[in-house]
Design a protein around this ligand. Structure first.
Ligand code: G6P
Length: 362
């Protein structure tokens, strides 16, 4: 059938979509750049970012995790305060809003009912809305004032991969564009750094055998698995845990490294796999401390670090990229480890039980 043709030589859409990520990032660089190598972005979006006093990011699932990283970009680069909310929570428990909010809806499909419910409500209140989506003609795109397109190509696998990395790339460009519009001097060249990240992603896609072995060693029979990290690594850990539970049905949770001692560490047993991310220099020492804490209680740590911060016995080392963009790269080994864990456990990778690609009911 048609789906076999689209998959080409790949056994699953998920694997194909993981491999497409470096090309998607390069496509985004192209689409968001003019002939003078300047950022090309809808001037109305720029104005909306300039006019607001606070950004409210609304999303669900993996898109919510991209929003957590987007907050880092927008606050650190453009100096605009950002809140990130799960759509279904925001609907029923709306926080106090600032005077001039800008709502940013992040949605791969542009059809998620939980996010749409918030959009309808905030539009009714007269607040401007920007949708960042992979489907420009979608409901969320049509009903918002502005749209930024992800250019990731159709994502078929239920577990989102390339849309997540595309969302982060577009958010980084948006943040830099806003910074420039505000006259903020930046050392950070987003297109150059995204290009470096794309090359790193491509290198990781060539290390499938190594990552399949990690999945076999740590995840083939385990009942649960924890992901720890600090700052950006914590948010990527949340996404790593979500990927793993979605497709392998392993009970997986992401935690902030410093919170372990406040409860979660009670769950560590002999042999519990703990995936620890170490890509941020300022927290490298403290996350290494957390790894020692869990190892001392019998856990089997699987450290994924970045070159330059790596230590002996790390399970996997990603290439060095700009510290802000590490999530685009460190998520790739986690996607692949989840993929192989699901494969080894005979799970239906592209169509996991109980899940839908886009959820159009609240
Ligand atoms: C569903 C999918 C998730 C996705 C979420 C949000 O639950 O299974 O993979 O992250 O919806 O989807 P959206 O299209 O709004 O990004």
């Amino acid at each position: 059938d048609a789906s076999d043709i689209e998959k080409g030589t790949y056994p699953h859409f998920m694997l194909k979509e993981i491999d497409e990520q470096p090309f998607v990032i390069r496509k985004i660089i192209q689409e968001y750049q003019n002939e003078n190598d300047e950022i090309k972005l809808d001037p109305d979006v720029r104005q909306a970012m300039m006019d607001c006093d606070r950004v409210y990011i609304i999303a669900c699932g993996t898109s919510y995790h991209a929003g957590l990283i987007g907050k880092q970009f927008i606050e650190k680069l453009a100096n605009v305060p950002v809140e990130v909310h799960v759509a279904s929570e925001f609907s029923y428990n709306m926080p106090l809003l600032s005077e001039k909010p800008l709502f940013v809806y992040i949605s791969q499909s542009g059809e998620t009912a939980d996010s749409r419910a918030v959009l309808v409500e905030t539009k009714a209140k007269g607040h401007p809305a920007l949708t960042i989506t992979n489907v420009p003609g979608s409901t969320l795109s049509r009903e918002a004032d502005y749209t930024l397109h992800l250019h990731a190509g159709p994502e078929i696998a239920v577990a989102s991969t390339k849309a997540y990395t595309a969302q982060m790339a577009v958010l980084a460009i948006l943040a830099v564009d806003t910074a420039k519009a505000k006259g903020i001097e930046l050392e950070f060249n987003p297109m150059k750094e995204l290009g470096i990240a794309a090359n790193a992603m491509e290198a990781l896609c060539d290390q499938k055998e190594e990552l399949e072995q990690i999945a076999a060693d740590y995840l083939s029979t385990t009942r649960n698995c924890f992901f720890i990290g600090r700052s950006q690594d914590y948010y990527v850990g949340l996404e790593g845990a979500l990927k793993l539970k979605e497709i392998s049905y392993i009970q997986a949770e992401g935690f902030a490294g410093g919170e372990l001692k406040h409860g979660t560490i009670a769950l560590i047993e002999e042999g519990t796999p703990v995936v620890a991310l170490a890509t941020q220099e300022n927290v490298n020492y403290s996350i290494r401390g957390n790894v020692k804490e869990v190892a001392a209680r019998g856990a089997k740590p699987c450290v994924i670090s970045m070159k330059g911060l790596d230590q002996e016995n790390d399970a996997f080392v990603i290439p060095q990229v700009h510290e802000l963009l590490t999530p685009l790269v460190s998520v790739v080994p986690m996607q692949l480890i989840s993929y192989y864990a699901a494969l080894h456990r005979d799970c239906d990778v592209d169509k996991p039980r109980n899940l839908a690609k886009s959820v159009t009911v609240e």
